[in-house]
Ligand binder design. Structure first.
Ligand code: ATP
Ligand code: MG
Length: 392
């Protein structure tokens, strides 16, 4: 029944002179999403609206699923497209469409006609009135509700006539690639994939860095992070994942520094190394899944100590979220089931029994200074031996 989709966008609409840049980026992302599935679509822009029109048969659910992952789309409207064969024909097709689409005829509705082609012989209010009457005659239980209708019968008169009543919620946000690039510190947990998703949603391209500590962390733990990056990439587009072997720096910190400071010092080195890769590839910020007070390393004092080593801005989109709110998003974007797989990540192995919760910056800096040049060498080696995996 549906041969095309009207794709609604919101925020892009207010971009003034630059609007076309955002629209074109959105069209490109829609094309990329549809290329991945077995269907042939043409994506066009027409007076502030974007249409994806099918040139072949397609699987409806698969197309909706693909479009729901495109940032920048707020609403997906499956369209019935008909030729203009006069008003009586239009009315007949609308009745037929409503009949097939809504088995229960006990609905409230409103007709919303939009005449983009001004040579159509009736005005929009006339179309609304006429169609409204015809629908009431056809379905005796239906009622008009102009304020809060259950079904909005949208009729767009263009070259062809588009009819739609459904608006499926899109991902929202801004089209990927309209806001530069950032480096996500991606662990195998629940929070960092959500953090990456949230920043990507604003149009930012993601790159990611994962620190592992073989043999203390398993191959499966690493695979889990690759899988998470792939899940986020379904929304954000391909993610270059830097996998850093952090075992030697970590063991050396373990030997040299007070154990209650381990996590903070380790986190500072993670930030430094991630920032190195970020600068190398032109990222304009770092992203973490930190949330105030969630664990000892995420108190305000700990965040301050971690932030101390960064020059790039650190984006922490879940900073004020409760764990349950983060879990809700991870369920919604489908990363939750993977995140809760039980494989250890490197932080959980080298944790002290009583980590500091209010680290003093001078104390931390002083402990770190004991690591000396040997640490610089270990960090250098970790950077040089990075393994890169493209996740898409
Ligand atoms: P998550 O659920 O994202 O793993 P967490 O609650 O386990 O977070 P921490 O272990 O304190 O929290 O990590 C805080 C943030 O530091 C993570 O959200 C992530 O951005 C980053 N991070 C932690 N461990 C790693 C790692 N092994 N590799 C890359 N980044 C990491
Ligand atoms: Mg973690």
């Amino acid at each position: 029944m549906f041969k095309a989709f009207l794709l609604k966008y919101a925020e892009i609409g207010v971009k003034g002179k630059n609007r076309y840049i955002f629209e074109d980026a959105l069209i490109k992302r829609i094309e990329m999403a549809l290329e991945k599935i077995d269907a042939d679509f043409t994506v066009t822009k027409e007076s502030g609206r974007i249409y994806a029109t099918a040139n072949s048969e397609f699987d409806y659910d698969e197309v909706i699923d693909a479009l729901k992952k495109v940032f920048g789309i707020v609403g997906i409207c499956p369209l019935v497209q008909i030729d203009d064969n006069g008003f009586d024909d239009l009315a007949e097709k609308i009745i037929d469409y409503l009949d097939k689409t809504y088995p229960n005829k006990n609905f409230t509705f409103k007709v919303n006609a939009r005449r983009a082609r001004k040579n159509y012989p009736m005005s929009s209010p006339e179309i609304n009135m006429e169609l409204g009457g015809i629908i009431l005659d056809a379905f005796k239980d239906a009622k008009v509700d102009v304020h809060n209708p259950e079904i909005m019968v949208n009729v767009e008169i263009r070259e062809k006539i588009n009819i739609y009543t459904k608006v499926i919620k899109g991902a929202g946000g801004m089209p990927t690639g309209t806001a530069g690039k950032a480096m996500l510190l991606l662990s195998g947990g629940i929070d960092s994939p959500v953090a990456g998703y949230m920043i990507a949603k604003r149009g930012v391209v993601l790159e990611a860095t994962y620190f592992h500590a073989p043999p203390y962390t398993s191959e499966r733990a690493k695979q889990k992070v690759v899988d998470l990056a792939k899940l986020v990439a379904k929304y954000s587009g391909p993610i270059k994942l830097n996998i850093v072997n952090f075992t030697d720096p970590q063991l050396y910190i373990y030997e040299t520094c007070p154990h209650e400071e381990l996590t903070i010092i380790m986190r500072r080195y993670m930030m430094r190394i991630a920032e190195h890769f970020a600068n190398e590839s032109g990222c304009l910020g770092l992203i973490t899944g930190e949330s105030i007070g969630q664990v000892a390393s995420q108190t305000m004092q700990s965040l301050n100590a971690t932030n101390d080593v960064c020059t790039l801005p650190v984006y922490r989109p879940v900073i004020a979220f409760d764990k349950q709110d983060i879990i809700d998003i991870s369920c919604q974007i489908d990363t939750y089931e993977t995140s809760i797989l039980p494989y250890e990540d490197c932080c959980t192995i080298f944790v002290a029994k009583h980590p500091v919760t209010k680290p003093n910056l001078n104390v931390i800096r002083n402990s770190e200074s004991k690591l000396g040049e040997k640490m610089d060498e270990l960090v250098k080696t970790a950077i040089e031996t990075v393994e890169v995996v493209w996740c898409e």
